[in-house]
Design a protein around this ligand. Structure first.
Ligand code: SAM
Length: 278
């Protein structure tokens, strides 16, 4: 695709009066090189569909369009829509902007099967959106990959291994039927305005789910186990019918804490729980 010449993002922000709103989690990325690096994480996007949450003034959106993607972007802040409309005009037929709340939009319907998700997520809804994508009822899911900017602490939880302090429910949900890696750390000074904490981009690629595991049961197990992460499993799982039997069936010591149980062992537990419950 030929490079389209666009005004610098700072000018776009000034021209449309896009003063960053804290309530909307707005921290904008303006460095074209950094944005191009993020847009390259999912691989070659030429002709690929991308679902973007929170394009804001459109920095990441530009990078995705320059990479040849067809972008569907959901933005909640109406102030950003005129700037995004200009971007749409510069890339005719390649950018569709949905004026709305990503929590309420049917991403699968809007983006279609096989889309890549790429987003510098608003911090207030980022984790909830990720859990929704990870808990897609059909697996492999509608999305082909997810490239997501989070606060570094959240990114570390997503990719953490058992035994580390960052390991938790998010690690298990992100890893039991996907591979998740930390692709890029981003210094807080890269954002306008800079947030208080560092950020990082994770790259998640779904793979085939292990056989015989009910995703809803795994979700309940991890919620119970990590809901009281300092407690022994036989304590934290007591309220979940069949869970103590499942522990015994899998030969997992009830005196252990959730943070020591590997993703594979959570998968075995969920499978056993499914068998026990018939
Ligand atoms: N993508 C831009 C960038 O990288 O510079 C902006 C990222 S900023 C961290 C998050 C964006 O998400 C903001 O534009 C904000 O208005 C938008 N946003 C916040 N909550 C949203 C929601 N529930 N649905 C859609 N967009 C939302």
């Amino acid at each position: 695709m030929t490079m389209v010449t666009l005004p610098p993002l700072r000018e776009v922000i000034a021209a449309h009066g896009l003063r960053a709103s804290k309530a909307l989690g707005q921290n904008f990325l303006l460095d074209g090189q950094l944005l191009a690096r993020i847009a390259a994480i999912p691989g070659d996007l030429k002709g690929q569909r991308v679902f973007e949450v929170g394009p804001g003034p459109g920095g990441l959106t530009r990078a995705l369009l320059h990479a040849g993607a067809d972008v569907v972007a959901v933005e909640r802040d109406e102030r950003c829509l005129p700037a995004l409309a200009e971007l749409s005009e510069a890339f005719p037929g390649h950018l569709r902007v949905i004026d709305g709340d990503a929590m309420a939009v049917d991403a699968q319907k809007e983006a279609g099967e096989g889309a890549h998700i790429v987003a510098n997520l608003p911090y207030n809804v980022g984790t909830a959106l990720l859990i929704g994508w990870l808990e897609a009822p059909l697996w492999t899911p509608w999305w082909q990959s997810a490239t997501l900017m989070f606060q570094q602490e959240v990114a570390e939880r997503i990719v953490a291994q058992a035994g580390s302090s960052a390991y938790g429910r998010l690690s298990v949900l992100a890893q039991w039927r996907s591979s998740a890696r930390l692709a890029l750390k981003v210094h807080r000074s890269a954002f306008t305005p800079p947030p208080k904490v560092m950020s990082a981009v994770v790259h998640i690629v779904p793979h085939a789910a292990p056989e015989g595991v009910n995703a809803a049961l795994l979700s309940q197990l991890t919620a119970a186990a990590f809901g009281q992460r300092r407690k022994m499993l036989r304590q934290s799982l007591r309220g979940l019918p069949g869970a103590l039997e499942a522990l015994a069936m899998c030969d997992i010591d009830g005196e252990r804490r959730a943070e020591t149980v590997s993703v594979e062992d959570f998968v075995r537990l969920a499978r056993a729980l499914g068998e026990i419950r018939g």
